[in-house]
Design a protein around this ligand. Sequence first.
Ligand code: DUC
Ligand code: ZN
Ligand code: ZN
Length: 479
Amino acid sequence: MTYDTVIQGGTVATAADVVRADIGIRGGRIVTIADRLTGGDTTIDAGGRLVLPGGVDAHCHLDQPEAPGEESGAVMADNFRSGSTSAAFGGTTTIMCFAVQHRGHSLTAAVDDYHRRADGESLIDYGFHLILSDPTPAVLGQELPALIRRGHTSLKLYMTYESMRLNDRQLLEVFEVARAERAIVLVHAENHDLLVWLTERLEAQGRTAPYAHALSRPSPLESEATHRAVTLVEIAGVPMVVVHMSGGEPLEEVRRARARGVTVFAETCPHYLMLTAAELSRPGMLGAKCICSPPLRDDNARAGMWRGIEDGTVDIVNSDHAPYRYDKQGKLSAGPNAPFSKVANGMPGLETRMPILFSEGVVKGRIDLSRFVALTASNNAKLYGLHPRKGTIAVGADADLALWDPEKRVTIRNDDLHSNCDYTPYEGMEVQGWPQTVMSRGVVVVEDGALKAAPGRGRFLEQATSSAWGTGDKIKAWV
Ligand code: DUC
Ligand code: ZN
Ligand code: ZN
């Protein structure tokens, strides 16, 4: 048999196994996995390297238009071109971003607009979750079911942010449609009234500097909202991912829910594993770089999140890449000394997600290689209806691969990264392990730190039904 490419001599890791094997690729897909293979038009020697499924980053914000009159008025630094390129340099070969409906607007129009932003721009394949902020009868009755059937089988819903949030009744109404259409919901869980109440009191005391952001959104407020979201999906009978969980306390709500049979999944991000609210106390406004929601917390929360990674409670680790430059367009859009409540939330992280989790997780012995693959690729692909095409190494899967040098030491410098954001929260951090060659559908897109393919080749991915729905009707609704 002949192949377009044969990868020889690598250690192949999936979420299930780590084996020495060769891989034969034809037409952009993996067609053979065997002990020894020859016959490739191109042969890549992967000796001494790990061959991993390319990462699936199922939570990143690129070129996302802000709602008119949104809190910050900031503009994202990355579009599909720069964001997808940055992702690939860090070993990620699939990204999932968010087509956002603003109030008073059509959800379908938001998806069409987002396609225009992505078309011909992305280096790697991409999908769109939907964000609903205005669940009108037309959206719930016609637009949402049609879009789910068009392959957008995951919906993100906010319990906070003035322009995006849904109340409990609205959440339930969306969950009802999600159940009927077998979609999965992603929920941003923070108690809005509580955080507004706290923000008003902090601001009245003159505590408006970035560090006060963390005080305005303490952990119990995330735990309460997580508990409430879990209660709503338990009654409505729909699977849920609680996104960007920040610490061990809210994670307890996921454990409790699962113990009574609720189908709920937990996502966290490298920043909740690596950073604390101490970052927000940098001089002047510098702490604004690390304003995100839920906020960075303390070492106890961080340790609790690592426990969740180790004991299996956390299912997926995504970047929540939300790139705002430290300038007038970005973090400082509301002024050089704006109160924390007017600073755009989020930080960059697409490129550093996998190297940080590899270094801190695998190299430091907290998780094994298969769990790393599960957390960064396979579980995302399963939850969001992309598996087995994405997120694994198997015959028939897309040849999306990261050939990983497990010994390479890298000091993270923003100057060496490929996002248009002008900082990384990990500046100066040393990691061990970095992808040397990254392939997307059999094409080498990155090799030895150089871009090898032109952005624009990435394709839109229609999602199948989430694996969370299982094969039968195991998720019960109460009505
Ligand atoms: N929080 C969000 O909800 N989205 C983007 C980034 C952030 O910090
Ligand atoms: Zn969110
Ligand atoms: Zn987000």
